[in-house]
Design a protein around this ligand. Sequence first.
Ligand code: SF4
Length: 220
Amino acid sequence: MPVILSGDRVRQVVATLEDTYPDAAPELDFSNPFELVIAVMLSAQCTDVRVNLVTHELFARYPDAQSLASANIEDVESIIRTCGLYRNKSRNAIAASQMIVDRFCGEVPASREELQQLPGIGRKSANVILSCAMSQDAIAVDTHVYRVSRRIGLSDASTVLGVEKDLMDATPRKKWSQLHHLLIFHGRRCCKAHKPQCQTCTVAHLCGYNASRNKSSSAR
Ligand code: SF4
């Protein structure tokens, strides 16, 4: 059962992660909201590095929603094939572009509710788009944010929505977007799913998971 940290300890965790990862930022390449919608869609079950390789070619050929909306699906599939799930992703990318053109006058909508109407965009992806491309305060809870938050003790919720709410309650609004990046950086580089690197972790002294692990090993 995760241990929940006090407000003071949450502040220490955030400050320490900020010191540890001063360059924490989105790792998907994009230059406007439309590109991020497509990049986020392609990133499902795929690495950001792989997505960046693919979107370079995709956006050179289809630079906006209008051009991707009228693309031939086989052409899109052949460009994004290496991202996995390419048939679904191609269908969604074209359908989302058509919706952006038809329903939102060619502009990516700036509300979560409208973003979630786009095929292939759920709440997490909508939060990424709002925070990274539209300067809105939002915390996107992906697998890293979910795991790291629960291990450290920033949340004891057992749902993605519950973790998102706990993180928003525990931190000031202006920190939400950066906290998302910090937790992803920490999850990818240190607090890995199968082998967390607790010996070298900068927040180990604040972490509930580490405290319970030390407690159970000293009881043996
Ligand atoms: S101490 Fe271990 S479990 Fe806790 S945040 Fe660091 S790596 Fe993750």
